[in-house]
Design a protein. Structure first.
Length: 473
């Protein structure tokens, strides 16, 4: 409305018009304020208050969620050291004689009566290429007069081939070591002076993935029957598109499988959660709750990061109170377990339940559910803080399952550790060129991850697989 139109209105009409303008401006300001708060919250995200990886943190040391233990830094009293030790008898000895004995005419008399006063050990490696000629011998049997000949082992299948140690090293460098194909080629060619192409290294990785398939299938079947499984998923780039690595793991098993879908479609295709009947620990991704035959436990490490974000961005005190309560429950549980108490006392359950509910009442008062606007479609926006409050109310039992059942872990760090290599691989290589390459990597990570949990070094696990002797679950 321009000035001329405004002058034609009565005093009452002008006042009514101004009230309408002010009301509209207030709504606009509120929307803009919410958008600004959301953008500020995004800028303040780091690995300690969100699920962002540490690689995306700016150069600003984030606050640690850990509390001081009161102990001095370094090894504690009674700690068993893991320093360099003599692993076998020395292969050679080098003696250092007194300089005064050099060119002395009576040196032989002194040397006959010498003693070792101090010994220092040097542990080193010797890098050399070994060529082995495998030969079949043939003889004529004197009893049957038949011509008899030996046979090559299965892994000696060509007139000229690379040895199993070299293959295992190439696969280990490219997968477990996260060294690119080109750099693996440079290292092997430079250190061992062996002509080996990038295509050959890639073929070695593919062959290894096929060799460990039987063990990886056994791992998958074993995971299905576990009473408790950690589950998570992480995105990675495959052929310039998004794909997802899904991990299902326990303290003794690691299973990773690739799929183009993150949600239930991908989980159904993998086929673990469709038959799993135990307790699943995860990060509250909505797709997991579509499996209703599973008992769900939620990761409290994720919760602590979200509460940290609420406190840092919204300055709502209830978030700090809830962090303190959850950490207190964790500490109490650890203390009770150390005393061989395997379930929470009833009075403690009631105490912590009441404290949790009281904090949620305060949170809901500060973040009330908005009244639906009939002029707009869909549910009213809650924002990250409001959504967290709703989730805490709805999923209280799943968040506190770690305390109500002492067999349930506090967090989902087991799963995050087991597929951390995928994030490193993406950081180093940017992703995978083909889905098959990603699946091969997932299979080898499942195999070596499970081997490591069983005390088998990755190199030896890969070497045994390449000669047709992968470990069995």
């Amino acid at each position: 409305m321009d000035r001329g139109e405004l002058m034609k209105l009565s005093k009452e009409e002008i006042i009514e018009y101004l009230f309408t303008v002010i009301k509209d401006m207030s709504k606009t300001i509120q929307v803009q304020r919410e958008e600004i708060d959301e953008l500020k919250a995004r800028l303040n995200q780091n690995s300690k208050n969100s699920s962002n990886p540490p690689s995306r943190d700016v150069y600003d040391k984030p606050k640690s969620l850990r509390k001081p233990s009161g102990k001095k830094a370094g090894g504690q009293s009674g700690h068993e050291g893991k320093g360099l030790k003599l692993m076998a008898e020395p292969d050679k000895y080098v003696s250092y004689e007194p300089q005064e004995c050099t060119n002395c005419p009576k040196a032989a008399e002194c040397q006959a009566d010498k003693t070792v006063c101090e010994t220092r050990y040097e542990i080193d490696i010797e890098v050399r290429t070994i060529t082995t000629a495998h030969q079949i011998t043939r003889v004529t049997c004197p009893q049957s007069a038949k011509m008899l000949a030996g046979e090559f082992p299965d892994y000696i299948n060509s007139s000229m081939q690379y040895g199993v140690n070299l293959k295992a090293l190439a696969v280990s460098l490219n997968t477990v070591g996260m060294v690119s194909i080109n750099r693996t080629h440079e290292i092997l060619s430079g250190v061992f002076d062996v002509p080996i192409s990038t295509g050959t290294i890639s073929a070695m990785v593919s062959d290894c993935a096929q060799t460990v398939k039987s063990t990886v299938d056994e791992i998958k079947e074993a995971v299905k029957n576990e009473p408790l499984v950690h589950e998570d998923e992480t995105g990675t780039r495959v052929d310039k598109r998004n794909a997802w690595a899904h991990v299902s793991s326990t303290e003794s098993l690691t299973y990773i499988e690739m799929n183009e879908s993150r949600g239930k479609k991908g989980m159904d295709a993998i086929g673990i959660l469709t038959v799993f009947l135990g307790t699943l620990i995860h990060d509250c991704w909505a797709s997991y709750f579509l499996y209703t035959n599973i008992r769900h436990g939620l990761c409290n490490a994720h919760l602590l990061r979200e509460l940290t974000a609420v406190w840092e961005n919204a300055k709502q005190a209830w978030a700090q109170e809830l962090m303190g309560l959850v950490l207190e429950m964790k500490s109490v549980k650890e203390k009770l377990l150390s005393q061989n108490i395997l379930e929470p006392p009833k009075e403690l359950l009631e105490k912590f339940n009441l404290a949790f509910d009281k904090i949620l009442e305060e949170a809901l008062a500060l973040n009330p559910v908005p009244v639906p606007d009939k002029t707009k479609k869909g549910k009213p926006k809650r924002g990250k803080t409001g959504a967290l409050v709703d989730r805490l109310i709805l999923r209280k039992g799943e968040f506190l399952l770690f305390f109500t059942d002492f067999s349930i872990p506090f967090d989902n760090n087991q799963a995050e550790r087991d597929f951390r290599m995928f994030k490193v691989k993406q950081k180093v290589s940017g992703g995978f060129r083909t889905m098959q390459g990603a699946k091969d990597f997932a299979a080898i990570m499942s195999y070596t991850g499970t081997a490591r949990k069983r005390g088998i070094p990755a190199f030896y696990a890969i070497k045994n697989a390449l000669i047709g002797m992968p470990f069995s679950v």
